[in-house]
Structure formats: C-alpha cells, structure tokens
Ligand binder design. Structure first.
Ligand code: DPP
Ligand code: ZN
Length: 850
C-alpha cells in the first residue's frame, strides 16, 4: 500500500496514439484483444510498463511477433514488456471475469447488462494499458455479443460498423471515437433496454441525437432526464459558448453503480437514481438530483473531457470547476438562495469535518494511496468554492474571459490546476499567485471578527488562522461580501465586498449611525466565522438582512448557541423560540425561504459548533426547541396546513416551495403529541398526489414512535413493490428511526426480496442512512451502533472496497467526541486495522490512527 506523491510526477515514458479493442463478451471469460500503437516519449531505455489488473494475460505480440514467456512479467499490477522499440504495434490478449467483479470497477454485470466504470483506475481491469489521464488515445472498439440477448451494444463516439457472423450467430459492433481521450473516459455497454430518443439542434445548427437507455419498463421515468439534458446543452451554449461535439449523446442508466454518474465521452453511464423520476415515485429532491447530475456530466464534456487532468492529483481541475458550473446552472433553473444554503450545508457539515479530520487534504492533494478515496467533498465542493471565489474576484465577464482563454490554450490537452489559474490570471491581467494558495493549503480558515466604533469610524477587524497551525498557516485571499445595517432601524447603510489578503485586515466605514455588519453574504468564502454578536444584533440581522442566505445563516448561529448552552430556556433559547414562532406566524414570507428557516438543523450542523461534540446536548436541542415552538403555534400550523391541502403535482419553483414548506410545517407539528397529529400525518400520506408529500409525512412520523412509521412504510411497500428506488426511500426512513426498534426494522427491510446487498444503492440507503442520519442510535453510549458499523465494514470491504471506504467516514472524526465515545470508536478502528483491508479502507483506517 504505497503512497504516491504529486511532487513525483514525470511524463509518461511511452504514448499510445491509437487503441483498437476487440471485446468478446462472456459473463465469466470475456476476452479482450488490445491492439495499441505504442511510441517512445523522449529518449530513454525504459521497458514498457503497463498498468494491469486482468485475470490473465493470454498472449502478447509486438509488430506481429509473439513474445516468449521470458520477455514479459505480469505481477503486482504491472505488465512489463522487455523488448526494446521506438514505435511498435503492441497486441495484448487478456481475459477478465465480469460476473465476479463485485467491486464495480472495470467491466461488470449490472442486473444482466454489461457496463463499465473506469475512473479513476478501472481501465487496467479491462486491458493492460498506460492507465493515467495524460495518455490520450483514439479508440476504435469492436464488441462481439449475442444480439438477441443484448440488442444494445454501445461504446464511445460513433457507430461505424455492425455485422452478424452467421457461423457463430454473434454480432460484432464497432464504434470509433474521433476525440483522443484518456482511458478513464472509456465506456462500453451491452444490454436490453428501453430507449428514449430525442434531438437537439446546437447553436451552430448541428442536429445531435439524444438517447437515454433505461431498464425495460422504465421508459415513462426518463422524460425529466431528457428535459434536463436539453436544458444543460442550451445553458452551456448561452453561458459559456460551449457546444456539443459528437453526433450522438448517450446516457445509460444502470442499477449497480458506485458513484452518481460518469462522464465517459459521448456515453455517460448513470446510477439509475439520477435518471429515473416521475411524481409518483420521486421526490422534488430526486428531481433536483437528476437535473443537476445530468448537467454535471454534460458539462464535463468540456471541463474534463476536452480539457482533462494531467494526473489524478489535479482532479479538482475538472471536478471543482464542473461542480461550480452545475451549481450555476441549478441556480439559474431554480432558486439561487436555496442553492447557496445547500452548498453551505455540505461545506459546513461534511467538508469542514473532513478538513478537520485525519483525511484532511488540499483541494489538490499531495499524497494519495487509493485514488478512489479522493473523490471527496474537499476536491469537489471546496474545489467549487475556490472557483467561485475566483469568479467573485474577477467578476462575471472576467471569469468568462478566463474560461475562453483556458479552452483556447488547452483544448485537447491534459493539464494542471496551475494552468487553469494562469488562464484566469492572464486573461484578466491579474496576479493570482497568492490566491492559488487555496490549492495547496488544507484546513478551514477561522476568521475572528472584532467590531469597534471610534467617533464616526466603524471598524471591522478580521484575522485569519487555523487553530493549532499558527506557524505554518499562510494567509489566504478571502472575499467578504457584506452589508452594513442601522442597528435600530435595520435600514441599509452600505453594501460591498472587502477582500482580506493578509493574516489581519480592517474594513473601515465612515458613518454617524449605530451600525452592525452582515458578513459573508451568499457564503462568499468557505470559512468558519468566530464572532460574538449580542442577541439583539442577531435578531436584527435575521429580520433585516437583504441577503436571504444571511438571514438563514444567523438563525443557524442561534441554533448553535442554544446547543452549546445545552438548554432551551436560556436567553439564546428564548430568542430562538421567539424567532421561530414569528416565522411560523409570518405567512407573508417567501415560502421557499420560510421552509428553510423552519427546518431543524441536522445533528452534523450543530456539531460543527463544538470543539468536543456534546451528543446529548445536540439531540436535546433538536427536540426541545421545536416542542417549545409548537406548544404555542400548533393551532396556527394546523390551520395553515388545512388551507394548503395537497399541492399541484408539476415540478416547478412555486410547487416545490409549497411542498417544502408543507414538509417543514408537518415536521414541526410532529413535535406536539397527540393522536390528532398522527391522523393528520396519515391523511397527508393517504391523500398525497406525489412522492414528495408522502415522504414528508413519513419523515414527520419518525418523531411519533415506531408504530405509525412502520405502518406507513408497509403501506408504501405494498403500493410500490419491486421498485428499487422507492424501496431505497423506505430503507432510508426506517434506518433513521431513533428508537431501539431501529435494529429490528433494519433487519426486516434487509430481509425483503428487493434488498440485494451487492447493490451499493441498497447498502447506502439502509446502512448509510443509519450511520449518517441516526445520530441517537449510531452514537449510543452502549457502543452498539459502532459495532454494527464494524461488522458491516468487514462484510462490504471484501466485496466492494469503494463502498466500504465511504461508509467509514463518520468514524474518522472520532477524536471530536467525549472520552467514552472516543474509546469505543477507536476500538473499532484498532480492530479493523489488525484485519486484512482493501487499499481503500487501509488508507482511511491507518490515517485515522496515525
Ligand atoms: N463520475 C464522477 C463525477 O462526474 C467522477 N468523474 O463527478
Ligand atoms: Zn464530475
């Protein structure tokens, strides 16, 4: 389990300008014949050393001549060929076993269909290759299969030939992709699907055929995905002048998939969760997920595929940028404030935790053991925040100039994060060298804020650091969007952007008024803010800030203060309860924002406020506060819910806002007890015209004991049997139940026919929800929750390391808990460390214990 270092990068010793693959499909013995043009890159005498993780290397030829066994060595993931050449035709025949491939990397079977996943290093499990992103090749791929069983035989690019061999009865289908690409973007599929077809005419008038392949019987679930694809194509043309470049864009939805989706050139492969949706079976959150993942993968065609990464340390080059682009797209399609709230939530609950834990890394990591462990919230979401800050500093048109120059310089190349920053800097004549520290420094900056008033000068002093890292910490460039408000009237005095570039900095405002500042509007930098504001100022900001994000944000601060006080009847608690009551009663507020304001913060987001996480105080806060609020507002909530009734079905901004408001109100109501509440939830469930409302009723029912939840879950199971994506919702809700019955509930759902433990979606829905969304049980002092995870990890790691390595994440922050829990969690890690682990889990367990 050797680490690799970014600093050790060297260019490839050989290049492979063309790749011809011939793949004879067979569930257990697929034969892959790779004919490669290989040429030396530079002057050297190195042997050709290929990455290889195939079952068997059957035969090797160089320029038509077979190699004898002593001319090559295949061991430890490398195939070394000891015959010298400058340029040669290298043919390698190997054998692989798709059926045994439970890791779901390389070529595998998903519910009877062949599909591939090659990012990051899966191609070497299909054929020996220079499996690194800076080796770009033109692929021609011939797939041989029984067309009756697999009517759809696909690979990247354009279909160029198809013929049936009447002797064998097999069909061979040939595809060619004219764009040179790294091996991680290779894809092939063979299966029997339903096909949704449409077309899109690009801005220059080319007609592109759009094809979405879904499991038989699911055609009616693919319209939203198609609409999302067309919107994405149109948006990228309008916003960035980027047009699609092949004649066909294919998306295949598969049930067995480790990630969300994969941007393979011209042939995206998707987790069916991010394709299939209709109102009956998918929630608004699912609709949003489909739209944003379709967009994300489509946007990769330029940011990722046309310009790709030189090496995997540069992953954020394509991921941070593409997340930023899909965030912009979602903001344009929906509600920008809600989008920002959700980004801030991800950053504060997941990314800050990762960055404070043992796997902390810069958005451009320096050291990696298993690359799959670095598809992280840091590389993706913090990466996107860094791009966003550049956007803030350069402005909309400056950013666009930078993007244009980036494509002009690097189209068709494999480049680095530095190349991206240089394009931005050069296009704008701006020095971004200091800014680029965001790429090399890990950790979350902590901003201490101090406000003073002297005469008519109001000063806000900022200082940045990371606790415990004072010597090594380099000052980062931090844009602070702010608004100054009159302390008494709440009127705006001034609004602007202050850029902090040193360890300390001062914003000075000339004013005779008594003022308070609203800071980090729109979450303008991914930092932690340490600021003690009097409750009266907090209240003023919640009621008056122009930026709705900050109004929401201040309310979160208040929640955190209450959690830290550990009681609901202190001054902060009373202020919070009063604010929430006001919001419940203020029906004239924007429903989408009101819904967010009335959402109870997650365990993780309250935990963020603690140095040592106080589990009990957080759990208590999350029930006491809503109970106090509903004590005084339940009648108003009931009235409003009765007036609302079921919301219209269509997926649009207004309806989504109404439904999310309804969910927040139902959830609040569930904190007032009584049979009446149960019957309201039951009737919402029974009369719900769509899945969003059914799930709202179910989530609220979690607060009312297990009988109602179990009853409604059984009802849902009956109405939607054999629908895996609905089954996932059932699992998720059951695993979130915070009473001791949760173990029986999980056992029950795991014993159902729909629960296939080799499917990552099932594992994530049931057990992932338990570890992430059930803090009361997962962190129970008995240690039962931790032991449960330990057994699960051992099971899953043996089959699917990538999946196991995701499930372990909550254990990695063990040092942030109290002594008893630290001991329990550390015990699990220690026991795991003494067993045989995959590279994925090994890296995480050992870094946690280091
Ligand atoms: N499929 C993953 C994504 O699109 C990795 N590229 O982010
Ligand atoms: Zn991506």
């Amino acid at each position: 389990n050797q680490a690799k270092y970014r600093a050790d990068y060297t260019p490839p010793a050989f290049l492979i300008p063309t790749t011809n693959l011939e793949v004879k499909l067979d569930p257990e013995q697929t034969q892959v014949k790779a004919s490669l043009v290989v040429e030396k890159n530079g002057v050297h005498n190195n042997s050709l050393e290929l990455d290889a993780e195939v079952e068997k290397v059957v035969q090797i030829e160089i320029d038509g001549e077979g190699l004898s066994p002593d001319e090559f060595v295949y061991e430890n993931g490398k195939l070394t060929i000891n015959r010298a050449f400058e340029k040669a035709q290298v043919v390698i025949v190997s054998e692989i076993n798709p059926k045994a491939n439970t890791a779901l990397e390389g070529l595998y079977l998903s519910a009877g269909a062949y599909c591939t996943q090659c990012e990051a290093e899966g191609f070497r499990r299909i054929s020996p290759f220079l499996d690194r992103p800076d080796v770009l090749s033109i692929y021609t791929v011939t797939i041989i299969a029984d067309e009756e069983q697999y009517p759809h035989i696909l690979a990247n690019g354009n279909l160029i030939a198809k013929q049936k061999d009447h002797k064998t009865g097999l069909t061979s289908v040939t595809w060619n992709d004219p764009f040179p690409k790294p091996s991680y973007l290779f894809a092939m599929v063979a299966g029997n699907f339903d096909l949704l077809k449409d077309t899109y005419t690009t801005i220059s008038g080319r007609e592109v055929s759009l094809e979405i392949y879904v499991d038989k019987g699911n055609l009616h679930l693919s319209d939203h995905a198609m609409e999302s694809l067309k919107k994405s194509m149109q948006w990228d043309e309008a916003k960035y002048g980027l047009e699609y470049d092949l004649d066909t864009y294919m998306i295949v939805a598969v049930d067995f998939f480790n990630m969300g989706a994969m941007e393979n050139k011209g042939l995206n492969i998707f987790n069916s969760k991010y394709v299939l949706a209709d109102e009956k079976t998918a929630t608004d959150t699912d609709y949003h997920g489909v739209e944003s993942v379709i967009a994300h993968e489509y946007f990769h065609n330029w940011t990722g595929n046309r310009v790709t990464c030189r090496d995997w340390f540069q992953l954020s080059l394509k991921e941070g940028l593409t997340v930023f682009r899909d965030q912009q797209f979602s903001a344009d399609m929906g509600n920008p404030v809600l989008e920002r709230i959700s980004h801030a939530r991800v950053m504060r609950t997941m990314q800050f935790a990762e960055d404070a834990g043992p796997m902390s890394h810069p958005i451009r990591p320096d050291k990696v053991i298993e690359m799959n462990n670095f598809y992280t919230v840091t590389v993706y979401d913090k990466g996107a925040e860094v791009i966003r800050m550049m956007h803030s500093l350069l402005g909309e048109s400056g950013f666009r100039k930078g993007m244009d120059l980036y494509f002009k310089r690097h189209d068709g190349q494999a480049v680095t994060c530095d190349d991206f920053v240089s394009a931005m800097a050069d296009a704008n004549n701006k020095d971004l060298s200091k800014f680029s520290r965001w790429y090399s420094q890990s950790g979350t900056p902590e901003l201490t804020i101090q406000e003073t008033k002297t005469g008519s000068v109001y000063t806000v002093e900022f200082s940045q650091r990371i606790y415990g890292r004072d010597d090594a910490y380099k000052a980062l460039t931090i844009p602070v969007k702010y608004e100054v408000l009159n302390k008494h009237t709440g009127q705006q005095v001034e609004r602007g952007v202050f850029v902090l570039e040193e360890h300390k900095g001062k914003l000075e405002i000339k004013t005779d008024q008594d003022v308070v500042t609203v800071l980090f509007e729109d979450f303008s930098s991914p930092v932690k803010v340490k600021r003690s504001l009097p409750l009266s100022d907090i209240k003023l900001i919640i009621n008056n800030a122009s930026d709705a994000f900050c109004r929401w944000d201040m309310l979160q601060t208040l929640w955190q203060m209450v959690a830290k006080e550990g009681k609901a009847d202190g001054e902060a608690g009373r202020t919070l309860v009063n604010c929430l009551i006001d919001i419940v009663l203020k029906q004239e507020l924007d429903p989408a924002i009101r819904a967010e304001l009335l959402t109870i913060p997650s365990f993780q987001s309250l935990a963020e406020a603690f140095d040592e996480i106080n589990v009990d105080a957080i759990l208590k806060t999350r029930t006491l506060i809503p109970s106090l609020v509903t004590e005084q507002t339940q009648q108003a909530i009931r009235n409003e819910l009765a007036e609302m009734g079921p919301v219209n079905n269509d997926y649009n901004k207004e309806n989504v806002a109404q439904r999310s408001l309804k969910a927040s109100l139902l959830n609040l109501l569930s904190f007032s007890d009584g049979e009446e509440v149960k019957s309201i939830l039951r009737s919402v469930y029974d009369n719900a015209p769509n899945m969003t409302e059914r799930v709202s009723a179910l989530n609220a029912s979690l607060n009312l004991g297990d009988a109602l939840v179990q009853d409604l879950l059984n009802q849902m199971h009956k109405s939607f049997s054999q629908q895996p994506l609905v089954f996932d919702k059932i699992c998720q809700i059951a695993a979130s139940y915070n009473g001791d019955e949760v173990y029986q509930m999980m056992e029950y759902w795991a014993s159902q026919e729909e629960f296939d433990p080799s499917n990552p979606n099932r594992i994530r829905s049931l057990y992932g929800a338990f570890v992430m969304r059930n803090p009361a049980q997962f962190h129970a002092l008995s240690g039962k929750g931790y032991l449960f995870l330990e057994r699960l990890l051992t099971d899953v790691d043996a089959k699917n390391p990538q999946l196991a390595a995701r499930l372990i994440d909550p254990l990695l922050s063990y040092q942030r808990y109290d002594e008893q829990r630290v001991a329990l969690m550390k015990g699990v890690l220690l026991r795991l460390s003494s067993t045989e682990l995959s590279k994925d889990l090994y890296e995480k367990v050992h870094s946690a214990l280091a």
